[in-house]
Design a protein around this ligand. Structure first.
Ligand code: BGC
Length: 768
């Protein structure tokens, strides 16, 4: 670090003195000058090649070296997680960095490499620092030795926006401590298909909840966008969370109404909250690849929403305009289409600089168009203080990463993200009653609980479920029967062994689910690029559950998964079921604390859990006619509805009232509901408010979440929760897609879940 600082100071000093002798210090190096002036000054000094270089990103040198050694060109075409550049080496990329032809890196996983690459950039003619981007989706987990929080689907189940904000702040601190400046999060896609492997990195199926969590996350990362903060990236714009066949990046075909009502709001709110970068989606949208979609990037994003940040492409997706979607005849044409549609930065590759410079020289892309993108990128680099602070301190980095306060938040978040789905009086467990307990299942003693978008972390920083159980109930004899980590290759013998051991135990805990660990990319069953045609448990997991339960001993199923799983048999036959999602580093401790009643569960589902993939699309906010003709043979109801989750307390809802029965369009109405903890222990309840427009000129969902509150109640305590229903909550898009509040009756519903049976109802009428 010291070496880099000295070199940096010398370079800057020599630049200042060089330009002093030519008359005046360069404004762009003057930290006290306004950012706009610094940007313009720097831009005026840059060659075309340097400008186009700012618009390009590369994967880090270590990443390239590792993959050069391990992958073939064929692997490269089919594997979207890894990369290298055939015909070029890591040294070529290092040299381009020295020449000022690289604006950004991604997939750099250590502070040492980040500082090293930055030192190359600082050697370049103008000393423009690179911005390091990383997929810090739930903490900066993709790099080793960082705090790993639950993934977004678990975090959303807490309905705790303050917690989301805090996690984002802590993540920003850990990122800056390792010289990372830009996280490719929040993913604010509205998840509408559980077959899609990326549900776990979203905040679920509801546009309102996704917006709230997304905004808190953006604000937490970005702060006031200065040297303590990181740049947020709302992604992926747009529609990829409702792919036609459930697979990542497959086409989406959506009406403009659905796009505007369901998929746009979280992006719009993210932009309003100040998100200064946005990533376009892999998929084509209604026949046009998102990466060459001018309507999305220019008309909506910049035109309607006044977005001032920069747009980054997703992994090789500009290339895919040519080699996959085939709407450009060659790569150069793909670059042309994307830039002219509004793209600012290219993730990632080698031909960008050459072709884009050619396009400018040929007069096809005006240089002023390049200047626009470079301005947006430089603006962020200045604001984040990269010119003044290009390095992070290697000697103090671990003072921040994994510090006590961050670990505490990770544990709190795990506790608040585990959803108790079923409990027939079995939980909380008493150690006096169950002395010998079988623990089995692929996720019982595995770091897979960290979730997708996590590197493996040191064992001392992860508590598996088995470890958590032993820690929380030391007097219990937990007998572990290993089922291996791989759901596809489970062994009948091991299943049989668990079944025999179950006969000798008082209770069974099966920890099942999906496998998400990125280090075994091709063996995963869930996560990015890992989609499924059904949502049942993979392999012998169901057989394991049934055989263990056949012992007649009470059996608990704990699910570790990013996507909803249709475990219908277990839901019907077992006395207790928990969905722990991808709970992160302290997942095992949180699960054990909940099982043994040290923590009262409070989380609620951020997505509907269907019974089977055949029920897809299954969402709570569907249109009125969706189940007019129910399915034959099997039920049309979900296994568990959105917003649902149990506690060890009971909450009684009463007195749902509004302050007025009638309002004019444009007015707000206050609604309140009383909630009482009638249980024996203190707990947190998530109070939900839904609205339905009774009659309207276009069809409206049967209900929509419009507000929620997370409250703590002591036993016997009651609280009146008040919500303000503002006009935007009654608004919808009319036949011409213009926002309108129509006169007529609105049904207001409040309760502990989205299920009709759980909701109190009242009405308010909008009068002319
Ligand atoms: C994913 C993005 C991610 C990028 C960089 C892509 O495959 O779709 O979400 O940010 O890779 O890792």
């Amino acid at each position: 670090m010291k070496y880099y600082s000295i070199v940096h100071t010398l370079i800057i000093a020599s630049m200042i003195s060089a330009s002093c002798s030519g008359g005046g210090a360069p404004v762009y190096l003057d930290a006290s000058a306004p950012v706009e002036k610094r940007v313009e000054d720097l831009l005026a000094r840059m060659t075309l090649e340097e400008k186009v270089g700012q618009m390009n990103q590369f994967v880090g040198l270590e990443h390239i070296r590792k993959n050069e050694a391990a992958m073939s060109a064929e692997d490269l075409r089919n594997n979207t997680a890894n990369a290298f550049y055939p015909g070029f080496t890591a040294d070529s990329v290092a040299e381009w960095t020295r020449q000022g032809l690289v604006g950004s890196f991604l997939h750099v996983l250590t502070i040492e490499e980040a500082n090293y690459l930055q030192s190359l950039a600082m050697e370049s003619r103008l000393g423009i620092p690179v911005i390091f981007g990383i997929d810090a989706i739930h903490g900066n987990a993709n790099a080793p030795d960082n705090t790993v929080y639950p993934t977004n689907i678990g975090l959303a189940s807490s309905f705790d926006t303050d917690l989301a904000f805090r996690i984002a702040r802590e993540t920003a601190a850990e990122m800056r401590a390792m010289n990372m400046h830009w996280t490719f999060n929040p993913n604010v896609e509205v998840a509408r298909d559980p077959r899609w492997g990326r549900v776990g990195e979203t905040f679920g199926e509801d546009p309102y909840l996704v917006s709230k969590m997304g905004v808190a996350t953006v604000e937490g990362y970005q702060g006031d966008l200065s040297s303590d903060d990181v740049l947020a990236c709302v992604k992926h714009f747009v529609g990829g969370s409702q792919p036609i066949n459930g697979t990542n990046g497959s086409p989406t075909d959506l009406s403009e109404r659905t796009i505007r009502e369901v998929f746009f709001p979280p992006f719009r709110e993210g932009v309003r909250a100040g998100a200064m970068s946005l990533m376009t989606a892999h998929n084509e949208l209604n026949g046009i690849p998102c990466h060459s979609n001018e309507w999305l990037m220019e008309d909506v994003l910049r035109g309607e929403w006044d977005f001032k940040g920069f747009v980054v492409s997703d992994w090789m997706d500009i290339e895919h305009i040519h080699d996959l979607h085939a709407t450009a005849e060659n790569l150069k044409e793909a670059f042309y289409q994307s830039i002219m549609a509004g793209m600012d930065m290219h993730m990632h590759g080698v031909y960008w600089n050459e072709y884009v410079c050619e396009l400018v020289r040929e007069g096809r892309i005006p240089e002023s168009r390049i200047d626009e993108s470079v301005r947006r990128i430089l603006d962020i680099k200045f604001r984040l203080g990269l010119f003044e602070q290009p390095y992070a301190d290697e000697s103090t980095t671990m003072n921040v990463r994994l510090c006590e306060a961050h670990r505490k938040t990770a544990l709190e978040a795990a506790r608040k993200s585990v959803v108790l789905l079923k409990n027939e009086g079995l939980l909380p467990l008493s150690p006096e009653k169950y002395h010998r307990v079988l623990v089995t299942g692929i996720n019982a003693d595995d770091h897979n609980i960290l979730g997708d978008w996590s590197a493996d972390q040191r064992p001392e920083n992860v508590i598996t479920v088995l470890e958590g159980l032993r820690m929380i109930s030391p007097e219990t004899d937990f007998v572990f029967v290993d089922q291996g980590w791989d759901p596809r290759n489970m062994s009948e013998n091991r299943v049989q062994r668990a079944a025999s051991v179950a006969n000798t135990c008082d209770l069974n805990i099966v920890v099942a689910g999906e496998y998400m660990y990125r280090g075994r990319w091709s063996e995963r069953t869930s996560g990015e690029d890992t989609d499924r045609s059904d949502i049942a448990l993979v392999g012998l997991q169901d057989e394991l559950i049934k055989k263990v339960a056949a012992s007649g001993k009470p059996t608990i199923l704990v699910l570790i998964s990013g996507r909803p799983l249709g475990t219908e048999w277990a839901a019907e036959h077992l006395p207790a079921l928990l969905n722990a999602w991808e709970p992160g580093m302290y997942g095992g401790q949180a699960i054990a604390e909940i099982l043994y009643g040290k923590v009262n569960p409070s989380a609620k589902l951020a997505v509907t859990i269907p019974r089977s993939a055949g029920q897809v699309q299954m969402i709570y906010n569907h249109k009125p006619s969706q189940y007019f003709h129910p399915y034959a043979v099997t039920p049309s109801t979900p296994l568990y509805p959105f917003g649902y989750g149990l506690s060890y307390s009971r909450y009684e809802y009463s007195d749902l009232v509004t302050d007025r029965n009638e309002i004019h369009a444009g007015d707000s109405v206050e609604v309140s509901v009383k909630v009482k903890n009638t249980g024996k222990i203190a707990g947190d309840e998530i109070v939900q408010l839904y609205i339905r427009d009774r009659y309207s000129q276009v069809t409206r969902p049967v209900k929509e979440l419009k507000d929620f509150a997370r409250i703590s109640l002591e036993p016997g305590e009651s609280r009146t929760v008040r919500f303000t229903v503002t006009p935007d909550k009654l608004e919808f898009l009319d036949k011409n897609l213009n926002p309108i509040v129509e006169p007529g009756e609105f049904i207001l519903m409040a309760g502990p879940s989205s299920a009709d049976r759980d909701l109190l109802k009242t009405t308010v009428t909008v009068i002319r």
